[in-house]
Ligand binder design. Structure first.
Ligand code: FAD
Length: 382
Protein backbone atom coordinates (compact mmCIF):
# COMPACT_ATOMS: atom_id res chain seq x y z
CA UNK A 1 0.00 0.00 0.00
CA UNK A 2 1.46 3.37 -1.05
CA UNK A 3 1.39 6.38 1.29
CA UNK A 4 -0.86 8.20 -1.21
CA UNK A 5 -3.27 5.23 -1.37
CA UNK A 6 -3.50 5.09 2.39
CA UNK A 7 -4.08 8.84 2.66
CA UNK A 8 -6.87 8.66 0.08
CA UNK A 9 -8.50 5.90 2.11
CA UNK A 10 -8.11 7.90 5.36
CA UNK A 11 -9.72 10.91 3.66
CA UNK A 12 -12.73 8.69 2.94
CA UNK A 13 -12.80 7.57 6.59
CA UNK A 14 -12.69 11.23 7.66
CA UNK A 15 -15.62 12.09 5.40
CA UNK A 16 -17.63 9.15 6.79
CA UNK A 17 -16.83 10.22 10.39
CA UNK A 18 -17.90 13.82 9.71
CA UNK A 19 -21.01 13.13 7.64
CA UNK A 20 -22.42 9.93 9.22
CA UNK A 21 -20.92 9.27 12.65
CA UNK A 22 -20.60 12.73 14.23
CA UNK A 23 -24.19 13.83 13.43
CA UNK A 24 -25.60 10.61 14.95
CA UNK A 25 -23.34 10.51 18.00
CA UNK A 26 -25.52 12.73 20.23
CA UNK A 27 -28.46 10.34 19.79
CA UNK A 28 -26.15 7.36 20.47
CA UNK A 29 -25.23 8.96 23.79
CA UNK A 30 -28.93 9.20 24.65
CA UNK A 31 -29.86 5.56 24.04
CA UNK A 32 -30.16 5.10 20.24
CA UNK A 33 -27.86 2.57 18.55
CA UNK A 34 -25.95 2.67 15.27
CA UNK A 35 -27.99 0.90 12.60
CA UNK A 36 -27.08 -1.60 9.90
CA UNK A 37 -26.55 1.31 7.45
CA UNK A 38 -23.61 2.74 9.42
CA UNK A 39 -22.02 -0.70 9.74
CA UNK A 40 -22.56 -1.45 6.05
CA UNK A 41 -20.94 1.87 5.11
CA UNK A 42 -18.02 1.10 7.46
CA UNK A 43 -17.75 -2.24 5.67
CA UNK A 44 -17.70 -0.59 2.23
CA UNK A 45 -14.89 1.65 3.46
CA UNK A 46 -12.89 -1.39 4.48
CA UNK A 47 -12.93 -0.55 8.19
CA UNK A 48 -13.44 -4.18 9.23
CA UNK A 49 -10.51 -5.37 7.13
CA UNK A 50 -7.88 -2.67 7.67
CA UNK A 51 -5.02 -5.02 8.55
CA UNK A 52 -6.16 -8.10 6.63
CA UNK A 53 -4.33 -9.13 3.47
CA UNK A 54 -6.08 -8.65 0.13
CA UNK A 55 -6.41 -12.43 -0.42
CA UNK A 56 -8.75 -12.47 2.61
CA UNK A 57 -10.65 -9.37 1.47
CA UNK A 58 -8.69 -6.84 3.52
CA UNK A 59 -7.07 -3.51 2.69
CA UNK A 60 -3.49 -4.19 3.93
CA UNK A 61 -3.32 -0.71 5.49
CA UNK A 62 -1.20 -1.99 8.38
CA UNK A 63 -1.28 -1.13 12.07
CA UNK A 64 -0.45 2.52 11.39
CA UNK A 65 -3.52 2.69 9.14
CA UNK A 66 -5.62 1.18 11.92
CA UNK A 67 -4.37 3.67 14.54
CA UNK A 68 -5.01 6.61 12.18
CA UNK A 69 -8.55 5.40 11.36
CA UNK A 70 -9.25 4.87 15.08
CA UNK A 71 -8.20 8.44 15.86
CA UNK A 72 -10.49 9.82 13.15
CA UNK A 73 -13.52 7.72 14.14
CA UNK A 74 -13.14 8.33 17.89
CA UNK A 75 -13.00 12.10 17.35
CA UNK A 76 -16.60 11.65 16.15
CA UNK A 77 -17.66 8.86 18.54
CA UNK A 78 -15.44 6.68 20.73
CA UNK A 79 -18.12 4.00 21.18
CA UNK A 80 -18.58 3.49 17.44
CA UNK A 81 -14.80 3.45 16.89
CA UNK A 82 -14.37 0.78 19.58
CA UNK A 83 -17.24 -1.27 18.20
CA UNK A 84 -15.77 -1.20 14.68
CA UNK A 85 -12.20 -2.00 15.74
CA UNK A 86 -13.31 -4.91 17.93
CA UNK A 87 -15.11 -6.51 15.00
CA UNK A 88 -12.02 -5.82 12.88
CA UNK A 89 -9.78 -7.54 15.42
CA UNK A 90 -11.84 -10.73 15.31
CA UNK A 91 -11.76 -10.66 11.50
CA UNK A 92 -7.97 -10.29 11.69
CA UNK A 93 -7.68 -13.17 14.15
CA UNK A 94 -9.77 -15.40 11.86
CA UNK A 95 -7.58 -14.36 8.92
CA UNK A 96 -4.41 -15.22 10.84
CA UNK A 97 -5.37 -18.33 12.78
CA UNK A 98 -8.70 -19.91 11.81
CA UNK A 99 -9.26 -23.09 9.82
CA UNK A 100 -10.38 -22.52 6.20
CA UNK A 101 -13.94 -23.68 6.99
CA UNK A 102 -14.35 -21.12 9.79
CA UNK A 103 -12.73 -18.29 7.84
CA UNK A 104 -14.79 -18.89 4.72
CA UNK A 105 -18.00 -19.17 6.71
CA UNK A 106 -17.66 -16.03 8.85
CA UNK A 107 -15.19 -13.58 7.31
CA UNK A 108 -17.47 -12.21 4.52
CA UNK A 109 -20.19 -11.17 7.02
CA UNK A 110 -17.66 -9.53 9.34
CA UNK A 111 -15.92 -7.60 6.56
CA UNK A 112 -19.22 -6.35 5.14
CA UNK A 113 -20.45 -5.14 8.55
CA UNK A 114 -23.40 -7.59 8.51
CA UNK A 115 -22.23 -9.19 11.77
CA UNK A 116 -20.37 -7.68 14.70
CA UNK A 117 -17.82 -9.50 16.81
CA UNK A 118 -16.06 -9.26 20.12
CA UNK A 119 -13.27 -10.71 22.22
CA UNK A 120 -14.17 -11.82 25.73
CA UNK A 121 -11.73 -12.15 28.58
CA UNK A 122 -13.40 -10.21 31.41
CA UNK A 123 -15.77 -11.99 33.80
CA UNK A 124 -17.77 -10.85 36.83
CA UNK A 125 -14.94 -12.17 39.05
CA UNK A 126 -11.91 -11.40 36.88
CA UNK A 127 -10.80 -8.23 35.06
CA UNK A 128 -7.17 -7.15 35.42
CA UNK A 129 -6.22 -10.51 36.91
CA UNK A 130 -6.49 -12.87 33.93
CA UNK A 131 -5.24 -15.83 35.96
CA UNK A 132 -8.59 -15.69 37.79
CA UNK A 133 -10.67 -16.44 34.63
CA UNK A 134 -13.19 -19.12 35.62
CA UNK A 135 -14.88 -19.93 32.28
CA UNK A 136 -14.04 -23.51 31.37
CA UNK A 137 -13.67 -25.45 28.13
CA UNK A 138 -13.83 -29.22 28.41
CA UNK A 139 -13.22 -31.80 25.72
CA UNK A 140 -16.39 -33.57 24.57
CA UNK A 141 -16.15 -36.03 21.71
CA UNK A 142 -14.46 -34.18 18.88
CA UNK A 143 -15.50 -30.74 20.14
CA UNK A 144 -15.58 -28.61 23.30
CA UNK A 145 -18.16 -27.66 25.94
CA UNK A 146 -17.92 -24.15 27.42
CA UNK A 147 -19.36 -22.96 30.73
CA UNK A 148 -19.03 -19.57 32.40
CA UNK A 149 -19.96 -15.91 32.25
CA UNK A 150 -18.35 -12.93 30.49
CA UNK A 151 -19.06 -9.27 31.26
CA UNK A 152 -18.20 -5.77 30.02
CA UNK A 153 -17.62 -6.99 26.48
CA UNK A 154 -17.67 -4.46 23.60
CA UNK A 155 -20.34 -5.57 21.06
CA UNK A 156 -21.38 -8.20 23.60
CA UNK A 157 -25.01 -7.11 23.58
CA UNK A 158 -25.45 -7.82 19.86
CA UNK A 159 -26.05 -11.12 18.13
CA UNK A 160 -22.69 -11.82 16.54
CA UNK A 161 -19.49 -13.73 17.03
CA UNK A 162 -17.18 -13.83 19.99
CA UNK A 163 -13.69 -15.14 20.63
CA UNK A 164 -14.08 -16.47 24.16
CA UNK A 165 -11.06 -17.13 26.37
CA UNK A 166 -11.63 -20.17 28.55
CA UNK A 167 -9.57 -22.37 30.81
CA UNK A 168 -8.86 -25.88 29.47
CA UNK A 169 -6.55 -26.98 32.29
CA UNK A 170 -6.62 -25.08 35.57
CA UNK A 171 -3.35 -26.63 36.74
CA UNK A 172 -1.57 -25.08 33.74
CA UNK A 173 -2.59 -21.54 34.78
CA UNK A 174 -2.40 -18.92 32.01
CA UNK A 175 -0.88 -21.50 29.66
CA UNK A 176 -4.14 -23.48 29.96
CA UNK A 177 -6.21 -20.70 28.36
CA UNK A 178 -7.60 -21.41 24.90
CA UNK A 179 -9.61 -19.13 22.58
CA UNK A 180 -12.86 -20.41 21.03
CA UNK A 181 -15.16 -18.89 18.41
CA UNK A 182 -18.72 -18.80 19.76
CA UNK A 183 -21.86 -17.74 17.89
CA UNK A 184 -23.60 -15.45 20.40
CA UNK A 185 -26.93 -16.22 18.73
CA UNK A 186 -26.48 -19.97 19.10
CA UNK A 187 -27.71 -22.53 21.62
CA UNK A 188 -26.38 -22.35 25.16
CA UNK A 189 -25.74 -18.58 25.10
CA UNK A 190 -27.76 -16.00 27.06
CA UNK A 191 -26.79 -12.39 26.24
CA UNK A 192 -27.58 -9.22 28.18
CA UNK A 193 -26.82 -5.52 27.74
CA UNK A 194 -24.65 -3.67 30.26
CA UNK A 195 -25.44 0.02 30.68
CA UNK A 196 -23.28 2.57 32.43
CA UNK A 197 -23.72 6.08 33.81
CA UNK A 198 -21.76 7.29 30.76
CA UNK A 199 -24.43 6.46 28.24
CA UNK A 200 -22.79 5.40 24.97
CA UNK A 201 -24.93 2.81 23.31
CA UNK A 202 -22.68 2.73 20.27
CA UNK A 203 -20.00 0.73 22.13
CA UNK A 204 -22.53 -2.08 22.65
CA UNK A 205 -21.21 -3.35 26.00
CA UNK A 206 -22.84 -6.52 27.16
CA UNK A 207 -22.27 -9.82 28.82
CA UNK A 208 -23.35 -13.40 28.31
CA UNK A 209 -23.70 -16.66 30.14
CA UNK A 210 -22.47 -19.87 28.52
CA UNK A 211 -24.27 -23.00 29.67
CA UNK A 212 -22.96 -26.27 28.22
CA UNK A 213 -22.25 -24.40 24.99
CA UNK A 214 -20.96 -26.85 22.39
CA UNK A 215 -18.41 -25.72 19.82
CA UNK A 216 -16.68 -27.73 17.09
CA UNK A 217 -13.03 -28.71 17.29
CA UNK A 218 -12.00 -26.17 14.63
CA UNK A 219 -13.69 -23.39 16.60
CA UNK A 220 -10.61 -23.43 18.82
CA UNK A 221 -8.95 -20.43 17.19
CA UNK A 222 -5.95 -20.33 19.51
CA UNK A 223 -4.80 -23.42 21.42
CA UNK A 224 -3.59 -23.51 25.03
CA UNK A 225 0.02 -22.41 25.17
CA UNK A 226 -0.48 -19.88 22.35
CA UNK A 227 -3.72 -18.11 23.30
CA UNK A 228 -2.41 -16.09 26.23
CA UNK A 229 0.68 -14.84 24.38
CA UNK A 230 -1.42 -13.89 21.33
CA UNK A 231 -3.97 -11.91 23.34
CA UNK A 232 -1.29 -10.05 25.29
CA UNK A 233 0.26 -8.99 21.98
CA UNK A 234 -3.14 -7.93 20.66
CA UNK A 235 -3.90 -5.95 23.83
CA UNK A 236 -0.54 -4.24 23.52
CA UNK A 237 -1.54 -2.97 20.06
CA UNK A 238 -4.98 -2.03 21.44
CA UNK A 239 -3.32 0.24 24.01
CA UNK A 240 -1.75 2.17 21.16
CA UNK A 241 -4.91 2.63 19.10
CA UNK A 242 -6.86 3.54 22.26
CA UNK A 243 -4.18 6.19 22.89
CA UNK A 244 -4.75 7.44 19.32
CA UNK A 245 -8.50 7.53 20.00
CA UNK A 246 -7.94 9.62 23.15
CA UNK A 247 -5.80 12.06 21.15
CA UNK A 248 -8.59 12.26 18.55
CA UNK A 249 -11.18 13.03 21.24
CA UNK A 250 -9.06 15.79 22.78
CA UNK A 251 -8.34 17.27 19.35
CA UNK A 252 -12.10 17.35 18.64
CA UNK A 253 -12.70 18.95 22.05
CA UNK A 254 -10.17 21.71 21.35
CA UNK A 255 -11.71 22.36 17.90
CA UNK A 256 -15.22 22.53 19.40
CA UNK A 257 -14.18 25.01 22.11
CA UNK A 258 -12.16 27.08 19.61
CA UNK A 259 -15.16 27.35 17.26
CA UNK A 260 -17.35 28.49 20.14
CA UNK A 261 -14.75 31.01 21.31
CA UNK A 262 -14.73 32.52 17.82
CA UNK A 263 -18.48 33.27 17.91
CA UNK A 264 -19.41 33.87 21.57
CA UNK A 265 -19.06 37.46 22.82
CA UNK A 266 -18.57 38.35 26.49
CA UNK A 267 -17.78 41.78 27.93
CA UNK A 268 -17.82 43.30 24.43
CA UNK A 269 -15.26 40.92 22.87
CA UNK A 270 -15.13 37.42 21.45
CA UNK A 271 -14.11 34.79 24.01
CA UNK A 272 -11.04 34.04 21.92
CA UNK A 273 -9.90 37.63 22.34
CA UNK A 274 -9.56 37.15 26.11
CA UNK A 275 -6.01 36.02 26.83
CA UNK A 276 -6.89 33.99 29.93
CA UNK A 277 -9.54 32.08 27.93
CA UNK A 278 -7.08 31.29 25.12
CA UNK A 279 -4.59 29.92 27.66
CA UNK A 280 -6.95 26.97 28.31
CA UNK A 281 -6.71 25.96 24.65
CA UNK A 282 -2.97 26.61 24.46
CA UNK A 283 -2.30 24.30 27.43
CA UNK A 284 -4.47 21.57 25.91
CA UNK A 285 -2.73 21.90 22.50
CA UNK A 286 0.70 21.62 24.13
CA UNK A 287 -0.09 18.49 26.14
CA UNK A 288 -1.90 16.96 23.15
CA UNK A 289 1.25 17.39 21.04
CA UNK A 290 3.26 15.49 23.69
CA UNK A 291 0.69 12.66 23.94
CA UNK A 292 0.57 12.38 20.12
CA UNK A 293 4.35 12.15 19.93
CA UNK A 294 4.35 9.18 22.35
CA UNK A 295 1.46 7.58 20.47
CA UNK A 296 3.25 8.02 17.13
CA UNK A 297 6.39 6.39 18.54
CA UNK A 298 4.40 3.42 19.89
CA UNK A 299 2.47 3.13 16.59
CA UNK A 300 5.74 2.92 14.66
CA UNK A 301 7.09 0.19 16.95
CA UNK A 302 3.95 -1.96 16.60
CA UNK A 303 3.83 -1.32 12.85
CA UNK A 304 7.43 -2.53 12.46
CA UNK A 305 6.84 -5.56 14.73
CA UNK A 306 9.29 -4.29 17.37
CA UNK A 307 8.93 -4.46 21.17
CA UNK A 308 6.31 -1.80 21.96
CA UNK A 309 5.34 -2.84 25.50
CA UNK A 310 6.85 0.16 27.28
CA UNK A 311 5.91 2.71 24.60
CA UNK A 312 2.34 1.35 24.35
CA UNK A 313 1.78 1.59 28.11
CA UNK A 314 3.28 5.10 28.25
CA UNK A 315 1.25 6.29 25.25
CA UNK A 316 -2.04 5.04 26.72
CA UNK A 317 -1.38 6.52 30.16
CA UNK A 318 -0.34 9.87 28.64
CA UNK A 319 -3.21 10.08 26.15
CA UNK A 320 -5.93 9.06 28.64
CA UNK A 321 -4.69 11.34 31.42
CA UNK A 322 -4.07 14.28 29.07
CA UNK A 323 -7.66 14.01 27.88
CA UNK A 324 -8.96 13.65 31.43
CA UNK A 325 -7.02 16.76 32.47
CA UNK A 326 -8.05 19.04 29.61
CA UNK A 327 -11.56 18.04 28.53
CA UNK A 328 -13.16 19.31 31.77
CA UNK A 329 -11.36 22.67 31.30
CA UNK A 330 -12.52 22.87 27.67
CA UNK A 331 -16.07 21.98 28.72
CA UNK A 332 -15.95 24.76 31.31
CA UNK A 333 -14.57 27.16 28.69
CA UNK A 334 -17.82 26.78 26.73
CA UNK A 335 -19.98 27.69 29.73
CA UNK A 336 -23.38 25.98 29.90
CA UNK A 337 -23.39 25.54 26.10
CA UNK A 338 -20.66 22.88 26.39
CA UNK A 339 -23.06 20.55 28.19
CA UNK A 340 -25.42 20.22 25.22
CA UNK A 341 -25.31 16.69 23.75
CA UNK A 342 -24.68 18.01 20.22
CA UNK A 343 -21.21 19.03 21.40
CA UNK A 344 -18.73 16.23 21.90
CA UNK A 345 -17.12 17.37 25.16
CA UNK A 346 -19.22 15.67 27.86
CA UNK A 347 -19.48 12.52 25.71
CA UNK A 348 -15.73 12.33 25.16
CA UNK A 349 -15.10 12.93 28.86
CA UNK A 350 -17.25 9.91 29.73
CA UNK A 351 -15.51 7.91 27.01
CA UNK A 352 -12.11 8.70 28.54
CA UNK A 353 -13.22 7.06 31.80
CA UNK A 354 -13.90 3.84 29.89
CA UNK A 355 -10.68 4.20 27.89
CA UNK A 356 -8.84 4.27 31.21
CA UNK A 357 -10.09 0.71 31.90
CA UNK A 358 -10.33 -1.01 28.53
CA UNK A 359 -7.23 -2.86 27.28
CA UNK A 360 -5.31 -2.47 30.51
CA UNK A 361 -6.37 -0.30 33.44
CA UNK A 362 -4.08 2.70 33.88
CA UNK A 363 -3.01 1.65 37.40
CA UNK A 364 -1.67 -1.63 36.01
CA UNK A 365 -0.02 0.10 33.06
CA UNK A 366 1.89 2.28 35.53
CA UNK A 367 3.17 -0.87 37.22
CA UNK A 368 4.27 -2.14 33.83
CA UNK A 369 6.06 1.11 33.00
CA UNK A 370 7.86 0.98 36.37
CA UNK A 371 8.96 -2.61 35.72
CA UNK A 372 9.97 -2.20 32.05
CA UNK A 373 11.72 1.14 32.48
CA UNK A 374 13.68 -0.28 35.44
CA UNK A 375 14.81 -3.13 33.16
CA UNK A 376 15.83 -0.60 30.48
CA UNK A 377 17.73 1.52 33.05
CA UNK A 378 19.50 -1.55 34.47
CA UNK A 379 20.51 -2.67 30.96
CA UNK A 380 21.78 0.81 30.07
CA UNK A 381 23.78 1.09 33.30
CA UNK A 382 25.31 -2.34 32.80
C1 FAD B 1 -16.41 0.20 28.20
C2 FAD B 1 -15.64 -1.03 28.49
C3 FAD B 1 -15.39 -1.95 27.48
C4 FAD B 1 -14.70 -3.13 27.75
N1 FAD B 1 -14.53 -4.05 26.75
C5 FAD B 1 -13.99 -5.25 27.02
C6 FAD B 1 -13.93 -6.27 26.01
O1 FAD B 1 -14.31 -6.06 24.86
N2 FAD B 1 -13.42 -7.49 26.34
C7 FAD B 1 -12.99 -7.76 27.60
O2 FAD B 1 -12.56 -8.88 27.84
N3 FAD B 1 -13.06 -6.82 28.59
C8 FAD B 1 -13.55 -5.58 28.33
N4 FAD B 1 -13.64 -4.62 29.30
C9 FAD B 1 -13.20 -4.94 30.65
C10 FAD B 1 -11.90 -4.29 31.01
O3 FAD B 1 -10.85 -4.98 30.34
C11 FAD B 1 -11.78 -4.35 32.54
O4 FAD B 1 -12.67 -3.37 33.06
C12 FAD B 1 -10.37 -4.10 32.99
O5 FAD B 1 -9.54 -5.21 32.66
C13 FAD B 1 -10.30 -3.90 34.51
O6 FAD B 1 -10.92 -4.96 35.16
P1 FAD B 1 -12.06 -4.66 36.26
O7 FAD B 1 -13.01 -3.66 35.73
O8 FAD B 1 -12.58 -5.96 36.72
O9 FAD B 1 -11.27 -3.95 37.44
P2 FAD B 1 -10.37 -4.69 38.54
O10 FAD B 1 -9.39 -5.58 37.89
O11 FAD B 1 -11.26 -5.26 39.57
O12 FAD B 1 -9.60 -3.43 39.13
C14 FAD B 1 -10.32 -2.39 39.89
C15 FAD B 1 -9.38 -1.19 40.03
O13 FAD B 1 -8.19 -1.60 40.73
C16 FAD B 1 -7.06 -1.30 39.95
N5 FAD B 1 -6.10 -2.40 40.13
C17 FAD B 1 -6.21 -3.69 39.75
N6 FAD B 1 -5.12 -4.40 40.09
C18 FAD B 1 -4.28 -3.52 40.71
C19 FAD B 1 -3.00 -3.64 41.29
N7 FAD B 1 -2.32 -4.80 41.26
N8 FAD B 1 -2.45 -2.53 41.86
C20 FAD B 1 -3.10 -1.34 41.86
N9 FAD B 1 -4.35 -1.18 41.32
C21 FAD B 1 -4.92 -2.24 40.75
C22 FAD B 1 -7.52 -1.20 38.50
O14 FAD B 1 -6.71 -0.30 37.77
C23 FAD B 1 -8.92 -0.64 38.67
O15 FAD B 1 -8.83 0.78 38.79
C24 FAD B 1 -14.24 -3.40 29.05
C25 FAD B 1 -14.47 -2.45 30.07
C26 FAD B 1 -15.15 -1.28 29.79
C27 FAD B 1 -15.37 -0.30 30.91
Amino acid sequence: MTAAGRQEWLDGVGEFARSRVAPAAAAWSLGASPGPEENAEAGRLGLFGIELPSEHGGGSYGFAGKAAACEILAAADFGFAMSVVNTHNVALRLSLSAADRIRERYLPDLLAGRKSACTALTEPGAGSDLAALATTAERSGDGWILNGEKSWIINGRHPGLCIVFAQTDRAAGLAGLGAFLVDLDGDGVRRHAIESGFSQTSIGTGGFVLTDTAVADDAMILPPGKAFRAIIEEINGARVYVAAMCCGMLKAGIATAAAYGARREVFGRKLEDHQAWRAVLAEAETDLAAARALTAEATGLVDRGEDARLAAAQAKIAAVETGQRHLPALLHAMGAEGLRPEHCLARHLGALQTAALADGANALLKQQVAKLSRQTTTTTEA
